[in-house]
Design a protein around this ligand. Structure first.
Ligand code: LHQ
Length: 257
């Protein structure tokens, strides 16, 4: 149910239950959790691309498997066991992550895309905070990520109505970083991925942490945190060799040291 590929420092994880638009079963969630852990451990991997096979990116929780065992299901325990560790790990991964949005995105599938650092979507992709349509509330981080990305007003609009947001609106709202024709989706995604994979890993990690910190703290705290991170970055071999490469008019090679 999950495909995992690794090449040139880029790991691609693809949800592969196309007949359900990649709905998340327990098995798929467990595999996804393992895949993210593997990416975290593997020093050779510098970027993660998350995508879906078929015409959907991810339709959220598999409602069939959830419905088939009523009574035995404890939603709180289910979220604690599968979704929360996955979303935390994905969001705090020390390497850049890209959601390559190949099609429709709904419910917790949208939370997954939101937990990534970038979203590159193919034309025709659409986005729904579908939870409300089945009498539920946004989960798996949507209440956290969505207002930060598109603002409280649009987040409320999506969450309260569950409406489908089309590709152009998603771009206009800043829900996605890029919108490309379907046939250019992989090219655009891997161009960005290669770029990031060639970047300075220590700095990229600190940048992710710095922006996350700055988004929820005051200026004086952010300045202090930037200083701490800059001290760490400035000590890296990558920084020193990049400054040297700059004066030699060469392209720097970043080794993660
Ligand atoms: C599906 C699903 C699906 C199973 C499409 N499951 N089969 C967390 C913890 C615990 C419990 C509950 O929830 C959560 C968080 C959540 O994620 S709640 C939100 C769950 N997701 C949804 O409510 C979205 C349900 N899907 C849809 O609204 C539509 O399928 C979308 C808008 C995604 C796409 O619509 P269409 O393009 O018209 O496709 P479709 O509806 O015809 O779906 C294609 C097939 O995929 C269809 O099966 P069939 O056998 O008729 O071809 C669907 O039943 C199946 N499918 N989503 N989540």
């Amino acid at each position: 149910w999950l495909e995992f590929e690794r090449s040139d420092g880029i790991a691609t994880v693809a949800l592969n239950r196309p007949e359900t638009l990649n709905a998340l079963t327990d098995e798929l969630l467990a595999e996804l959790g393992e895949a993210v852990k593997q990416v975290e451990r593997d020093r050779e991997v510098r970027v993660l691309v998350l995508t879906g096979r078929g015409r959907g990116f991810c339709s959220g929780q598999d409602l069939k498997s959830f419905q088939e065992t009523p009574g035995e299901r404890d939603i709180g325990a289910h979220l604690d066991r599968y979704y929360h560790p996955l979303i935390m790990k994905l969001h705090h991964l020390e390497k850049p992550t890209i959601a390559m949005v190949n099609g429709v995105v709904a419910g917790a599938g949208m939370s997954l895309a939101l937990a990534c650092d970038f979203r590159i979507a193919a034309e025709g992709a659409r986005f729904s905070q579908a939870f409300v349509r089945i009498g539920l509330v946004p989960d798996s981080g949507s209440t956290y990520f969505l207002p930060r990305l598109i603002g409280v007003s649009r987040a409320l609009e999506m969450a309260l109505t569950g409406k489908m947001v089309d590709d152009r609106t998603a771009l206009e709202w800043g829900l996605i970083n890029q919108l490309v024709p379907r046939e250019r989706l992989e090219e655009a995604t891997y161009e960005l991925a290669r770029n990031l994979a060639a970047g300075p890993p220590v700095a990229l990690d600190l940048i992710k942490r710095g922006i996350a910190y700055g988004a929820s703290h005051g200026l004086s705290e952010a300045l202090e945190r930037e200083k701490d991170f800059q001290i760490v970055a400035a000590r890296t071999e990558d920084h020193h060799s990049a400054v040297q490469a700059f004066f030699e008019k060469k392209t720097p090679i970043f080794r993660g040291r």
